[in-house]
Design a protein around this ligand. Structure first.
Ligand SMILES: *[C@@H]1O[C@H](CO)[C@@H](O)[C@H](O)[C@H]1NC(C)=O
Ligand SMILES: *[C@@H]1O[C@H](CO)[C@@H](O)[C@H](O)[C@H]1NC(C)=O
Ligand SMILES: *[C@@H]1O[C@H](CO)[C@@H](O)[C@H](O)[C@H]1NC(C)=O
Ligand SMILES: *[C@@H]1O[C@H](CO)[C@@H](O)[C@H](O)[C@H]1NC(C)=O
Ligand SMILES: *[C@@H]1O[C@H](CO)[C@@H](O)[C@H](O)[C@H]1NC(C)=O
Length: 482
């Protein structure tokens, strides 16, 4: 018996492979070019969080006020049962992956033992002045794999240097360094432009502050009216514009002085990726007050549809009480809120349908078919039509004689390659039932005309787009809470 030679063996292998692999060329089509501007790494991570939590806590909690004067006796800060683990457990149950604490509010009282002030936990009765709320907060979050953010109010009604530009900016930067050096990774830092009327000429040296932030932390998002990481949505009731672009021109913004409508809707021609964050409190006030109650479930869902459902991240404030705990009624409401969201979105009726699109990039095996809108990847797999086509559509049809009953349509864009869609329409059995402008990371249509039942087909048409549109996910859902 003669051994086959190497050459004849490899010939055999090639022949066998040719038999197995279809003769058609299996050439993979590359993704289309991006449309600038794009989110950066930290912005993309932030967007996927959807819901984040704010905790307003400090001397105001004990004086029953919203804006402290800075003249409080620091000894009043005395939570009887402070447990940051309970805060973070509450956040985790609500599906939150980032919690932001008011390390210092306008009153200047610091929740950590700052070396640069006499208005802090050091002079409180809590733990005989030995405590550090920021540290307990950070440790509780770390233990649960939750990320942290901090708010350090620029306005300080206590510090004597406030109003003196050089002195106060040095003071502020020193505190910023304490917070960003000592407590590990910080993923978001919150700035606002609030100023005291006693110091009309006070200038905050934002450029210096931001440079310091970026020096001390990587992958951090800087929030303010004007970014540079995340922008304010222009109001405090948690509603983004019906049209909501993540893009805007930063040159037209200023911290404390931006046009609220511009912030609310963004700018289709914007040169900067600066997505909106909707901040709102679960209660009427930002701080806890005995006399106040949490918002109802339906109010929270209304906020959800108008923030997360409009291409925003929702920053929901849940303030600890004088015991240093999140009140039971708030914990319960958050539980109902999360359970409602899960109930609505856990079933996607589109998955029971057959699916078709007007065209698809790269042909049948190009990797950009309409079936991509039904997988769990909401960023990097998507339906893309052929480049040169206009007025594209995607259609879901029920199988056999089933029918659909839904009142929410969810559409998501693959924003990793830019926000593109300018206008779209939704049809049920050939009849237009809703339309909209932008989509972005997530657009939720709560159908104004109510529940659609007995539907056999749903078609979504993309009417206008900056270049080829890329749709990463679509859902047809039923919301029983509405
Ligand atoms: C603010 O600046 C204006 C103009 O320079 C000056 O007239 C005014 O006295 C200043 N106000 C304070 C409170 O320093
Ligand atoms: C934003 O900048 C772009 C590019 O310069 C420009 O075309 C657009 O008009 C600007 N938007 C506004 C509202 O000025
Ligand atoms: C359609 O529905 C009828 C009655 O519900 C049922 O008898 C029939 O088998 C269904 N047809 C198909 C194709 O599923
Ligand atoms: C949002 O915009 C769409 C399309 O223009 C419109 O049909 C709808 O009524 C608007 N919704 C609200 C709440 O303004
Ligand atoms: C949505 O439909 C209304 C009513 O036909 C129309 O006025 C509006 O311009 C449409 N909006 C979009 C974004 O297509």
């Amino acid at each position: 018996m003669t051994k086959p030679s190497y050459t004849s063996l490899s010939c055999l292998v090639i022949t066998l492979l040719q038999l197995i692999i279809p003769s058609q060329e299996a050439q993979i089509t590359p993704p289309p070019l991006p449309i600038l501007p794009l989110p950066n790494y930290a912005q993309l991570k932030w967007q996927q969080r959807e819901l984040i939590m704010f905790l307003h806590f400090g001397v105001n909690t004990f004086t029953d006020s919203e804006w402290g004067t800075g003249d409080e006796n620091p000894s009043i800060f005395n939570p009887t049962n402070l447990d940051a683990n309970q805060w973070v457990d509450t956040a985790v149950q609500a599906g939150v992956s980032l919690v932001i604490l008011t390390a210092k509010h306008h009153d200047g009282f610091c929740l950590w033992p700052s070396k640069y002030t006499d208005h802090s936990v050091i002079r409180s009765r809590w733990k005989n002045g030995q405590g550090d709320v920021v540290l307990e907060f950070v440790n509780a979050a770390k233990a649960r794999g939750v990320d942290v953010g901090l708010y350090l109010s620029p306005w300080d009604r206590h510090d004597k240097s406030y109003g003196l530009n050089k002195e106060y900016n040095e003071h502020y930067l020193a505190q910023l360094q304490e917070l960003l050096n000592k407590y590990g990774d910080v993923k978001e830092i919150w700035f606002d432009g609030a100023k005291g009327s006693n110091a009309p000429n006070m200038t905050y040296y934002f450029d210096d502050w931001f440079a310091m932030v970026n020096e001390l932390q990587s992958a951090i998002n800087i929030f303010s009216d004007a970014g540079p990481g995340v922008r304010w949505v222009g109001n405090e009731h948690g509603f983004a514009g019906n049209t909501s672009w993540s893009t805007i021109n930063r040159t037209l913004l200023s911290i404390g002085g931006s046009n609220a409508d511009y912030l609310n809707s963004g700018d289709p021609k914007g040169t900067d990726w600066l997505p909106p964050e909707c901040d709102v409190s679960i209660r009427p006030g930002w701080f806890w007050h005995k006399s106040q109650e949490p918002k109802s479930l339906s109010e929270l869902l209304e906020i959800y549809y108008n923030s997360i459902g409009r291409n925003c991240v929702l920053l929901l404030n849940v303030p600890p009480n004088t015991q240093g705990l999140i009140t039971n009624s708030d914990v319960q409401r958050l539980r109902e809120f999360r359970s409602a969201i899960d109930t609505i979105f856990s079933t996607n009726l589109a998955k029971e349908c057959s699916i078709k699109a007007s065209s698809q990039r790269g042909g049948k095996n190009g990797g950009f078919g309409p079936e991509n809108v039904l997988d769990d990847d909401h960023l990097w797999t998507y339906w893309a039509p052929k480049d040169d086509k206009e007025d594209n559509w995607i259609e879901f049809k029920t199988k056999s004689n089933k029918s659909l009953r839904f009142n929410v349509v969810r559409i998501q864009e693959a924003i990793g390659l830019g926000q593109r869609v300018k206008s779209h329409e939704i049809y049920v059995d050939g009849k237009r039932i809703a339309n909209g402008t932008t989509i972005g990371y997530k657009k939720l249509h709560r159908l104004e005309k109510g529940v659609v039942s007995n539907a056999k087909s749903v078609k979504i048409k993309i009417i206008g787009s900056k270049g080829t549109h890329l749709i990463s996910s679509i859902g047809l859902h039923f919301d029983p809470f509405w």
